[in-house]
Design a binder for this molecule. Structure first.
Ligand SMILES: O=C(O)CCC(=O)C(=O)O
Ligand SMILES: [Fe+2]
Length: 334
């Protein structure tokens, strides 16, 4: 049995030290429930929805939004664009390579998680509104790509802001506190839409121990919205408070649901009232579907000039720019 590499680098952020401990395979726990929350008639049901969101967020930390108002056609369309992008030849995709530290552009096999010390078996394309100069494929390369992504990103933004406004109510903040902190019209906006393509796993890699589609991590952001495809499972969650059990719960890949989780930025901001959670995408086991897996994530992360403060003083204040820069540096080599 080959040993799993557990990186021992000491980081200045507490969350990175936590993450470094999470690389082992562990076990499965199918008892935890990933709740589904309907956003139907959300304006008139706001109080009720807020209770459901808060309860799920402070319990398992992952929940799935249904009746969320983003049409299945739009979701399918975004996934079509994603498939077209990743199907481009490598030398074309290289024209749109990730700008260092910027969360914009294309990368492949370059994200090394502090938990596993090995590259995720994936490629991804990040869309961060103010940083896209030179990073869009032309209309000849993929017709409608830019317009589709811009539109889809905005729908994600609106959904994320609704959820965050419910949390703001519970935290005793102004309802639009987080909306102001994520202003998409500002050049300091740094929320990101990420298209992800996990490579098919060749037979000989199926039994290898330290092969991950996405190594265990918590998200850097305030709130993540994730779109999955039917039949393309592998996402697993582990609530932070139960991290020492190393018992992971599968998150079903429901096509019509948006899977949400709290990120570290919101955990700091809420003084741990809203806990971020570990999650990962494990490699398929022998006998399971091992073809490609596509997902799309929207990361709501406060604008660069926003100061993330902790009312209790538990965490030192840090700008959202510095916070993300440290997290990105710990995941991507220069
Ligand atoms: O692809 C997935 O299901 C999860 C991706 C993820 O956790 C991430 O990119 O942060
Ligand atoms: Fe994640």
């Amino acid at each position: 049995m080959s040993a799993i590499v557990i990186p021992t680098t000491k980081h200045s952020l507490e969350e990175l030290n936590r993450e470094s401990q999470m690389g082992r395979i562990g076990t499965e726990d199918r008892e935890r429930e990933v709740r589904q929350i309907s956003l139907k008639n959300f304006e008139s049901r706001r109080a009720e929805i807020t209770q459901h969101l808060w309860s799920a967020a402070t319990d398992i930390g992952f929940f799935q939004l249904v009746d969320h108002g983003i049409d299945m056609d739009e979701v399918n369309h975004a996934f079509e664009m994603s498939a077209k992008f990743f199907a481009l030849p490598k030398d074309v995709k290289s024209k749109f390579s990730l700008k260092t530290g910027q969360n914009a552009g294309w990368e492949y096999m370059s994200q090394v998680r502090p938990s596993t010390g090995t590259a995720d078996q994936k490629e991804s394309y990040q869309f961060t509104r103010p940083r896209m100069e030179g990073l869009w494929p032309s209309e000849d390369e993929i017709a409608g790509f830019k317009a589709t992504l811009e539109d889809f990103e905005h729908k994600c933004y609106e959904t994320a802001m609704f959820v965050l406004s419910c949390f703001a109510d519970k935290l005793g903040l102004d309802r639009d506190f987080f909306t102001q902190a994520h202003d998409p019209t500002s050049p300091t906006y740094q929320s990101t839409l990420r298209l992800i393509h996990y490579y098919p796993l060749p037979d000989e890699m199926l039994d290898e121990e330290n092969v991950w589609r996405a190594g265990a991590h918590t998200d850097f952001d305030a709130l993540t919205l994730l779109f999955q495809r039917k039949g393309q499972g592998g996402l697993q969650v582990l609530p932070g408070a139960e991290a020492q059990t190393h018992a992971w719960t599968p998150v079903p890949p429901l096509e019509d649901a948006i899977t949400c989780n709290i990120g570290d930025m919101l955990m700091r901001w809420s003084d741990d009232a809203l806990p971020s959670n570990f999650h990962r995408v494990r490699a398929p086991h022998r006998g399971e579907y091992s073809g490609p897996r596509y997902s799309i994530a929207y990361f709501a992360q406060a604008n660069t000039d926003v100061l993330i403060t902790s009312a209790s003083g538990k965490y030192p204040s840090i700008t959202a720019a510095d916070y993300l820069a440290q997290r990105i540096a710990a995941n991507f080599a220069e």
